[in-house]
Design a protein around this ligand. Structure first.
Ligand code: GLC
Length: 476
């Protein structure tokens, strides 16, 4: 039996990206698509997408969408990319702006988007069996679908990529923005506010998140960001499915961004390292261990730990490079750290995909001491490029990285448990010792070569979830 799945999301590579969500929405459909699965994706039509893709899009419908007492037009476009059909919701007032988020009316923009997605279902030539929303921006699509029932027996799945961001609006915007009866407020309200993520969780038949450990963590007050009690109640409908990565795209044997392609060769990696050192003005020496951090510079990423011990760690014969942009506090700190440690530390405060790939290829270690990490993609990319991840044992980091054990020679990285700066320093110093021990370093690399984090297994788990939901429809 054919399954029809519609992903609802706010970002998707290659069209628009601010974080890991875009990578997942851009690559999971490829892994899910098969003879029995017709998977499509619906997104807002942002200005950057208009600039880069509009000429090849086909207009399929125009609808009038209710936003409170007003009507807003949504023009729906269709575009096929790499055999996946995409739909885009166009409305210049809400989406023809620079970037994706960060506007005062983000809440209203995604109320509109979600309502437009559900209203579009009755005009599209595609009637999904499962509406699968990702993160808060898509939460209300599930709610509108359940409330307005545009399709009989439509099933809903909601995936949490990061529970920290929930899309919260003042309660009095209900009458202004939502054109549904007030009896539905309890399904959307949380702690006296309208909460788009809560509404997705409430109206979803099944809830997933992006790693088994995070699925457990978010049921606790420490990680649950105020929603843990709701998740605990829905425990039997909640599961964690680990993200994969597109192993064709992240492939050091043919990555066009890196100067020297390689499979598993220390000399080739070292050549990439020396070219990087030259580019960044660091002393050129292929033997010096190179640690990199490639990340948005925000609290979540555990940067306070690194701040506390960076100068101390730089006393060793090492080089450290940080790549990324984010909060002023961190950019400022790393900028000054570079002034103090010119021969050893570089802060590259921009996001540049080419440099990022070069860093994965050149580095010996990737740092990810996250405070929390739903799944994390950088550690998976690092494994592909044979850079050893050093992580805190949380969320997907815990599920993908096993600490190296000298006694058994098992493990594909280094890790520590508590959110504590000197635990990080301790594990960094330990990683240095293993780096200089040829026998252990080789065994660790042999383990890296055996890792497989392609989408295959995860795609099977999603298929099984859809099948179980649809079986309940057909049995009924
Ligand atoms: C979010 C999470 C990250 C996860 C990604 C994709 O960005 O912070 O851990 O890998 O979503 O699911």
């Amino acid at each position: 039996m054919e399954k029809k799945i519609l992903f609802v999301a706010s970002e998707c590579s290659p069209f628009v990206k601010t974080g890991g969500l875009a990578d997942v929405i851009g690559s999971l459909p490829q892994a899910l698509k098969n003879q029995e699965t017709d998977i499509r994706v619906i997104l807002p039509l942002y200005e950057d997408i208009i600039t880069n893709y509009f000429d090849n899009m086909e207009q399929v419908a125009t609808i009038q969408v209710s936003v409170g007492w007003r009507k807003q037009e949504a023009v729906i476009y269709h575009y096929t990319h790499d055999d996946i059909p995409y739909y885009f919701i166009g409305n210049d007032y809400y989406f023809a702006r620079k970037g994706i988020y960060g506007y005062y009316d983000d809440g209203e923009r995604f109320v509109f988007f979600c309502r437009a997605v559900v209203d579009a279902l009755s005009v599209l030539d595609f009637q999904p069996d499962v509406l699968h929303g990702h993160d808060w921006q898509a939460g209300l699509a599930l709610s509108f679908a359940k409330i307005l029932q545009p399709i009989d027996e439509l099933k809903t799945v909601f995936t949490i990529h990061n529970i920290k961001y929930q899309g919260i609006l003042p309660i009095d915007t209900f009458d202004e923005l939502f054109s549904i009866p007030r009896e539905h407020i309890p399904g959307i309200e949380w702690n006296g506010l309208l909460n788009c993520m809560k509404s997705g969780l409430f109206h979803a038949d099944k809830i997933t998140t992006v790693s088994p450990t995070y699925a457990e963590e978010i049921q606790t007050p420490y990680y649950g960001e105020g929603l843990y009690s709701l998740l605990k109640e829905r425990q039997s409908d909640l599961s964690g499915i680990l993200n994969g990565i597109d192993v064709e795209q992240f492939n050091p044997t043919k990555d066009p961004y890196i100067p020297k392609n390689y499979s598993d060769c220390r000399e080739d990696k070292s050549e990439n390292k020396q070219l990087l050192q030259e580019k960044l003005g660091l002393p050129i020496d292929g033997e010096i261990p190179l640690y990199v951090l490639i990340s948005r510079l925000v609290d979540q990423k555990g940067l306070h730990l690194l701040q506390a011990i960076l100068d101390e760690f730089l006393q060793h014969d090492v080089q450290v490079v940080v790549l990324g942009t984010g909060d002023y506090e961190f950019e400022n700190y790393f900028y000054h750290a570079q002034q103090r440690n010119k021969q050893k530390f570089v802060a590259y405060l921009a996001f540049d995909e080419g440099i990022a790939r070069h860093l994965y290829a050149a580095s010996d270690f990737l740092l990810m001491p996250s405070l929390f990490e739903p799944c994390g993609l950088s550690q998976l990319i690092a494994l592909q490029y044979k850079s050893v991840p050093i992580v805190r044992e949380t969320g997907g980091l815990k599920d993908t990285i096993t600490p190296y054990n000298e006694l058994t020679s098992e493990g594909n990285g280094f890790s520590f448990t508590n959110y504590n700066a000197h635990d990080l320093l301790h594990v960094l110093t330990y990683s240095l010792r293993i780096y200089h021990d040829q026998e252990h370093w080789k065994k660790l690399h042999d383990n890296l070569n055996k890792c497989d984090f392609s989408w295959k297994t995860s795609a099977q788990s999603y298929q099984a979830l859809y099948d179980s939901l649809l079986a309940s429809v057909h049995d009924a």
